[in-house]
Each structure stands twice: as C-alpha cells, then as structure tokens.
Design a protein around this ligand. Structure first.
Ligand code: PLP
Length: 439
C-alpha cells in the first residue's frame, strides 16, 4: 500500500538502495571501535575530514566569547535569535567570499552580491537544478561521480542525469568526444540537455581537473549553448601539485568574442565548508554566479534551506581570523597529504594500485585483478566480501556509476591513523585470501 502518498515519495530516483548507502547501514549495525568493538566494520565509505578538529577546538578554547554569542564583549544573542532574512548575515558572506578567494590563491575574487547561502552543497546543487532545468531535462555528468547526486540533483527536481563515460585508459579525463557521446545519448532518450555538471576536485577520483579538461567543458558548453555547474566542495583539500584551477580561473584565461561572452552568465560554482573545515554538521554551503536572475531566484529559494544565524555568526568569527585560517589551510593540506601517502603506500605493498591523486579525502583504488571476472556481479561479490568478511566498508565503483568493474573509493580522513593502518592490514588479509583461492 502506498498510503496515498505522492509518487515523488515512492519513486526510485532517490538512490537510497545503492550499495553506497547499503554499506553505511551495514556499518551502523557493527561499527568499529578500537576498544569496544575492535572487530567491527571500519567506515571507509564516508568522505569526512576529521584530521584538524584539534585546530578548530583550540581556536574555540582561545575565543570563548564567540561560543557565547558575544562580539567585543557585547552580547549578540538577541540579534541572532530574531528572524534573519534569506540574504544571510552580511559579515558572514564577506568572510566566506574572502575564504573562497584564499583557497583559490586569490586568483578569483568573489562578490558577496553574487553569493547565495545554502544548507550545504546538497542544498546548493538541488537549488541550481531547480533553477536551471525543467523536470525531464538533463545534465551531463562525467563518471565516476558522487553517488549522492542521484538524490540531490534528480529526486525532487525531476531532472535527469546522463553520464559522460570516462575511462581508465586516460585516467578518467573528460574529453570532447565523451561529452559529444553523452549529448547524443541524451538526444536518443529525447532529453533536452541544459548543462554539464563537473566536480572539481573530483569525488571519487581525488584529482583536480586540468586546464585542458576545463577548456573542453567550456568550449563544449559555448557550442551547445548550455550551463556549467562546477561543484568545488573539495577545493580546500588539494594537497599536492598540480594546483587547483577553478572554473572561473579557466574562464578568465580565455579571450572571448562578443558572441561567446555570454557563457559568463551560464557558469555557476558550488562551495561548502563541509570538507575543507570538516564541518558537514554545520550545513554551510553556497552558490556563486554572475547570473543576476538566477541569484535572485536562488536567494528566494534559500528560505527552504537556510544556515542558522548561530552557525553563520560562529563561522564568521573563525573565518575572520585570517592568520588562523592561513595556518589551518596549510596544516590541513599537510595532514591530508600524509594520510593519502599512508594509504597509497600501504596498498602498493599488497600489489594494489591507486589512481594518482592530489586532492580529496579518498583514493580511487584499482582492484580489478581481485575480481573473479570483469563484471559488476564480481565487483559486488568482492565488495560484500570486504564488508562482511573483512570489516571494511568502501564504496564500489558501480555506486559512483563507473562503467568499468573493479574500482573502489576508499576514504582515509575520517579515522585515526591507527585505524587506517588496521584497515590496510585487513586489505592485505583480503588479498592473501584471494590469492589462495586463485591458487
Ligand atoms: C561532490 C559533493 N558534492 C556535495 C556533497 C554534499 O556536501 P554538503 O555536506 O556540503 O551538503 C558532497 C558530500 O560528500 C560531495 O562529495
């Protein structure tokens, strides 16, 4: 019985039954704890950054008055408790815009009038889809992509995703021909294409897009007269060269003629503090665009997903401490780089290779040689073995819509280093058990 609920509630496009979410459910039943449950499942399927909590906590300890809604000795409580309009606190927007520039090495400047605050990138992405496409219209997305997009982009908006099939043969780079293929595929399905949606740095690849890839996306979008959404939620996690290039920086480098200049109004950035600062619970995200009509509409829509004035106040205090933020960004990168090395070198010793990465909170791991056959069934078998037999919840490539079986996303920043070491030991045991089967 559907209890007379709307079709939207029961339709399948939410993606809740994907192995990405099923793995979380398995983890919840038997979570690892070093003392209380040392044989439990280690959560390596969650892209959280827990490496710099000590820095934020010591900032809070040094700046007690921010916790008590005070600024320069005066209470801000009443001001914060009263109704906030959906434009957000001006001081917070200013600090967020400056922070966004800082993590792009100040190569891009952000104007607070073109910034809309949202409850995380989740809300920003959905709002953009709502504003840019009608139900039944499509966005092209390079694979592999973040499994949450099926829920965030499609479920409530009715927008469709058509994959741009990227391949391991060129390290999953975006090419013009792959975009053309996806465009043709959309046409075959009678879907009007409204834009290309990129994630830079990529989740799940952990790589930054090259200038050439960004130029391909821009050229393609100019030619097809469509939008570009660039989800740059991982921009502060780039820990190795090459440096991060924002879509706006790539646009800045191109000299436009009057005809294709319009693309500036069709490029939209999504930002969030969930990954850089490790604050997904605070729900702090933003949309940035030069398109005035879009900004006006998204601002009106933001009343469905505002950031509480309390969070805005606290974050405006933290972000305004420029010395702290500079140090934080540097130290966060250093710790991420170290963690990624621990995982990559640990896996290498077991004969497992990762895609060369320079960003993010995860590695894209090649386990094709551990499959019993090059099929998605074999990928699921290996995944089940990892979760149930070896206590490791990772995300299978198929949950990220990868079209080649045998790739897995493995997160490294949501646990203690000892737990990461243990997970590498468990992977080694898995590899050994597989080898004995092959023998
Ligand atoms: C690419 C990407 N976009 C958006 C999100 C959602 O982020 P938020 O917590 O800011 O809503 C995530 C979270 O994992 C993500 O990986």
């Amino acid at each position: 019985m559907d209890n007379m609920l709307s079709r939207k509630v029961t339709c399948k496009s939410h993606g809740q039954d994907s192995s990405y979410f099923l793995g979380w459910q398995e983890y919840d039943k038997n979570p690892f704890h070093p003392v209380r449950n040392p044989s439990g499942i280690i959560q390596m399927g969650l892209a959280e950054n827990q490496l710099c909590f000590d820095l934020l906590e010591s900032w809070l300890a040094r700046n007690q008055e921010s916790n008590w809604f005070k600024k320069r000795g005066e209470s801000m409580f009443r001001e914060l408790a009263l109704f906030q309009d959906y434009h957000g606190l001006p001081e917070f927007k200013k600090e967020l815009a400056e922070y966004m520039s800082e993590i792009r090495q100040n190569k891009v400047k952000f104007d607070t009038n073109k910034l809309v605050l949202t409850a995380g990138a989740t809300s920003a992405n959905e709002t953009l889809m709502f504003c840019l496409a009608e139900p039944g219209e499509a966005f092209l997305i390079p694979t592999p992509y973040y499994p949450g997009f099926d829920r965030d982009l499609k479920w409530r908006t009715g927008v469709e995703i058509v994959p741009i099939q990227c391949s391991s043969s060129n390290d999953f780079k975006i090419t013009i021909s792959a975009m053309e293929e996806a465009y043709k595929q959309a046409q075959k399905l009678h879907l009007k294409v409204k834009g290309v949606f990129i994630t830079n740095p990529s989740n799940p690849l952990g790589t930054t897009l090259t200038l050439q890839e960004l130029n391909h996306v821009i050229t393609f979008s100019i030619e097809k007269n469509i939008h570009i959404v660039s989800d740059e939620i991982y921009s502060g996690t780039v820990f190795n060269s090459p440096q991060f290039i924002s879509i706006f920086e790539a646009l800045n480098k191109i000299s436009f003629n009057n005809n294709n200049n319009q693309i500036w109004n069709r490029v939209h950035i999504v930002s969030s503090l969930s990954k850089d600062l490790g604050l997904p619970g605070f729900r702090i995200g933003a949309i940035y665009s030069n398109n005035e009509t879009l900004i006006a509409a998204a601002t009106k829509m933001s009343s469905f997903g505002l950031i509480s004035s309390q969070s805005q106040f606290l974050l405006s205090r933290i972000l305004s401490d420029k010395i702290f933020i500079k140090k934080y960004i540097k130290e966060n990168r250093r710790r991420l780089r170290k963690r990624q090395r621990v995982l990559v070198s640990g896996l290498e010793k077991t004969g497992i290779r990762c895609l060369k990465s320079n960003a993010g909170l995860f590695c894209w791991v090649d386990m094709r040689h551990l499959l019993t056959g090059q099929t998605f069934e074999a990928e699921m078998d290996l995944w089940k073995k990892m979760v149930c037999g070896f206590g490791l919840n990772v995300s299978p490539g198929s949950s990220c819509h990868c079209n080649e079986p045998g790739w897995f996303r493995v997160c490294f920043a949501n646990m203690e280093e000892e737990t990461l070491d243990l997970s590498v030991q468990r992977i080694r045991a898995l590899v050994d058990s597989n080898l004995s089967i092959v023998k």
